[in-house]
Design a protein around this ligand. Structure first.
Ligand SMILES: Cc1cc2nc3c(=O)[nH]c(=O)nc-3n(C[C@H](O)[C@H](O)[C@H](O)COP(=O)(O)OP(=O)(O)OC[C@H]3O[C@@H](n4cnc5c(N)ncnc54)[C@H](O)[C@@H]3O)c2cc1C
Length: 462
């Protein structure tokens, strides 16, 4: 599909202005802001950016785009990492951040309905006084719409699952402007195809998500965090595998390699021993959380873990997890001015140690710095390659490391991405991972979006 012609852009712009007034922008700075995510991928600006306030406005926007065959790129907080929002064919970017209302909270049923521009931190501030929380926490303060569209997860997924497990229903504007609801609030349903799961992780390629019904949880009576360091990476990973295999209902178990610990120490002022380290958290009753902490302390001791420190103090816990959520920015500070090539893979937990150790050996042969960090309780880990994308040799080297990492994970029956998604950056791995299923995905894409206007050039090539 070619980029949109200037005359057509003018026409679309005028029709959009008729319904949105000054919530249509063609200014260069607004367009530039919407043509990039937080990764190294070269930005490409959309032609027009719009800021709707309701599902009906989104439907009207999409209808206009469909009539003109203009690409539509939904946009949340713009924190994705695989070139998800790059407008490589131009078109209209729908910025959903002004649709930022929490619409209902059903405390008795432990669910809520929100607009897509609500951020995860905003939702948790809203819920706190009700004794409730929403656990999915990508490092960035992403929007719930973007998190749904990327099937995001984060540090709590080992206990609470990912967006896949925590989205109950969606309102979606389809590529011809029709509005559908994918499900109801019931916890279970066996009624028809599961369209909710289809749209979770669809990255804007099938429709625009305008309302999300989410599962909520009661804030645990007791929350205890811990830190433990290990003599080497393998001991740390083996301790994680043992903890998970024993069925301890741990809430968070995060691995940082030595380089990432150094980065967090200097960026977030942590003062940790510069060794491979686990950050942990336990949720439950006071006695339950304490018992889990003691058990994990014993397991880590068996693997050489030292100085197991745990605390229930809110301030100390917040400092630890703030540092973990800022790990990518801490990594970036190791090489001022660099950009992030943040890649993630996920393997069955029994293969985690092999995958991490082989990756570490591969990195030893490279001149690029690449701190390793991971939601290892799920078998998911990240490399943050620090690159100057203007230097072709660095891009080539990062590409080589990334290719080998993904192929290693696939050979271990893992996936090319546990949580960041495909965007444009990981499209080349989809066939290797899914084989003939990619053709079925293509059939689905064309059924929902026959003109290929919904975030074209992402996930699937047509
Ligand atoms: C420092 C840092 C740490 C991160 N840590 C994690 C992590 O731990 N776990 C994790 O999963 N991710 C992580 N990420 C990646 C990122 O935060 C997630 O992918 C997040 O879910 C993206 O949400 P967003 O609102 O920024 O979406 P955007 O970047 O704006 O959009 C992402 C994709 O979703 C589509 N989209 C957005 N809104 C809608 C909508 N309403 N309807 C349809 N499609 C839509 C877009 O078209 C695009 O394809 C991290 C990123 C950074 C920068």
């Amino acid at each position: 599909m070619a980029a949109v012609e200037a005359a057509s852009v003018d026409k679309v712009g005028l029709e959009l202005q008729a319904i949105l007034g000054d919530r249509v922008s063609r200014s260069q700075s607004v367009r530039d802001h919407h043509g990039k995510d937080e990764s190294w991928h070269h930005p490409i600006a959309p032609d027009i950016v719009v800021f709707p306030h309701s599902t009906e406005e989104v439907a009207a926007i999409v209808k206009i785009c469909a009539e003109h065959g203009t690409p539509v790129i939904p946009f949340g907080a713009g924190t994705s990492l695989e070139g998800h929002v790059i407008a490589d064919r131009g078109g209209v970017c729908i910025d959903l951040m002004q649709m930022d209302q929490v619409l209902t909270v059903n405390a008795e049923d432990l669910d809520c309905r929100v607009q897509p521009g609500v951020t995860r931190k905003q939702l948790n501030s809203y819920l706190r006084d009700m004794g409730l929380f929403f656990p999915i926490d990508p490092g960035a303060n992403a929007s719930i719409g973007g998190m749904t569209a990327t099937r995001a997860s984060g540090t709590n997924a080992v206990r609470y699952g990912t967006m896949r497990e925590n989205v109950l229903a969606l309102t979606v504007v389809l590529s011809d402007g029709r509005i559908i609801k994918t499900s109801r609030r019931a916890r279970k349903s066996a009624a028809g195809y599961d369209l909710t799961r289809l749209f979770v992780g669809s990255e804007g390629t099938l429709g625009v998500i305008t309302e999300i019904t989410l599962r909520l949880y009661g804030i645990p009576e007791s929350i205890t965090s811990a830190v433990v360091s290990f003599p080497d990476l393998k001991s740390a990973v083996d301790s994680v595998i043992s903890t998970i295999q024993m069925g301890i209902p741990i809430a968070r178990i995060e691995l940082l390699d030595k380089l990432q610990v150094q980065a967090c120490n200097s960026y977030s002022g942590l003062g940790l021993a510069e060794q491979p380290t686990l950050f942990l958290e336990f949720h439950g009753t006071t006695a339950g959380a304490e018992e889990q902490a003691k058990l994990v302390g014993e397991i880590s001791g068996e693997f050489g873990g030292s100085d197991f420190q745990w605390t229930g103090q809110l301030e100390e816990r917040n400092k630890l997890w703030e540092a973990r959520h800022n790990a990518a920015y801490a990594a970036q500070s190791l090489r001022p001015g660099c950009q992030l090539w943040a890649t993630d893979v996920c393997v069955p937990i029994s293969r985690l140690a092999d995958c991490i150790m082989e990756t570490q050996a591969d990195l030893e042969g490279s001149y690029l710095q690449a701190p390793l960090v991971g939601h290892v309780g799920d078998g998911n880990f990240h490399l943050t390659l620090l690159i100057d994308p203007e230097k072709p040799e660095e891009l080539e080297e990062a590409n080589r490391i990334n290719d080998r990492l993904v192929m290693r994970a696939l050979a271990m029956e893992g996936t090319c991405t546990g949580e960041h998604g495909i965007g444009s950056g990981k499209m080349k791995f989809l066939q290797a991972e899914h084989g003939d299923a990619v053709a079925a995905m293509r059939t689905l894409k064309l059924a929902f979006d026959p003109q290929n206007i919904m975030n074209p050039g992402k996930i699937i090539s047509l």
